[in-house]
Design a protein around this ligand. Structure first.
Ligand code: SF4
Ligand code: SF4
Ligand code: SF4
Length: 282
């Protein structure tokens, strides 16, 4: 039986909960390490090591470097592992000051100067983006079924219709107002970025009436390009479908809520790292 482990760095444990919501692996894989549910001192030898969370502390760094030595394949799972995700918020000066203000917190693992993605520290074989990736995507990553084919973008999985004659003039805030069924959320004034977000999740958010915030990251078209190109593409979609001022869209796209996801793959400028090869990204 193949063995896998889940190494949790700095994140929220949502990725682990999503994995536990899938059951298919139980018969074919043995989970040998995952602090959320299995008590073990260390990561043993495994076929697959899933790493969630960003490298935020010296403890994360130590655990990651040790764990990869015992793994045949390393998978970066979720936005935090790929780009830092929510742990990036701790890079803000006021958050750091708050964290260090109380003496008892100084006995926790030391914060690194900045959060780092997993592949900024070790070699990663595959990437599984999402916040969190859906249970089905975890299964696809573990089993690689030949018949699974992710759609190129979320819109192709959503099922809502884009209308030509329904052009909003303002954005509606998240979770405000009534959502009409079957009609594209952009037509209704919501900031949905599914048009250039990579598919595979089966669009649970727009199907349920919540705009896609892009947690799966850019589609293959944009994955090795700068985020600015993704921004331009989203702006183009809104210009074609709405009369909302472009500045309003631009400001909303740069809000912390969305920026965490929209910047997760493509900002290589100044990092010295090459783009992640798209064939490694599920
Ligand atoms: S990627 Fe999302 S769900 Fe996973 S650990 Fe980070 S914040 Fe949580
Ligand atoms: S933009 Fe959003 S709501 Fe509209 S079709 Fe695409 S995913 Fe669905
Ligand atoms: S619909 Fe968008 S936000 Fe929701 S899971 Fe899919 S990619 Fe993430």
């Amino acid at each position: 039986m193949r063995r896998f482990a889940v190494l949790q760095l700095s994140g929220c444990a949502g990725c682990e909960v999503s994995l536990l919501n899938a059951e298919e692996w139980v018969d074919k894989y043995r989970l040998v390490y995952m602090p959320l549910v299995i008590s073990a001192y260390d990561v043993p030898e495994v076929d697959v090591l899933l790493v969630s969370g960003g490298v935020r502390t010296d403890e994360d760094l130590y655990n990651l470097r040790r764990a990869v030595q015992r793994a045949r394949q390393v998978v970066a799972v979720g936005t935090c592992a790929i780009s830092g995700g929510v742990a990036n918020l701790g890079d803000r000066d006021e958050v750091r000051a708050l964290f260090l203000a109380q003496a008892e917190r100084r006995h926790l693992p030391h914060l690194l100067p900045r959060v780092r993605p997993v592949d900024g520290v070790v070699t990663v074989d595959r990437y599984l983006p999402g916040c969190p990736p859906t249970p089905e995507l975890f299964m696809v990553m573990l089993f690689q079924p030949p018949d699974f084919k992710a759609s190129r973008i979320v819109c192709h999985e959503c099922g809502r219709k884009k209308l030509k004659d329904m052009r909003p003039i303002r954005l509606i805030g998240f979770q405000r107002g009534e959502v009409l069924p079957d009609i594209c959320l952009i037509n209704q004034g919501y900031l949905c970025v599914g048009s250039s977000t990579r598919g595979g999740c089966r669009a649970p958010c727009p199907r349920a009436g919540h705009p896609c915030v892009g947690c799966r990251g850019p589609s293959d078209t944009f994955i090795d390009k700068l985020s600015s190109e993704w921004f331009v593409s989203i702006q183009r979609v809104f210009a074609a479908m709405t009369d909302i001022p472009p500045e309003e869209i631009g400001a909303a796209l740069r809000s912390p809520q969305l920026a965490l996801f929209l910047f997760q793959f493509a900002d290589y400028a100044g990092t010295g790292r090459p783009p992640r090869p798209k064939e490694k990204v599920l």
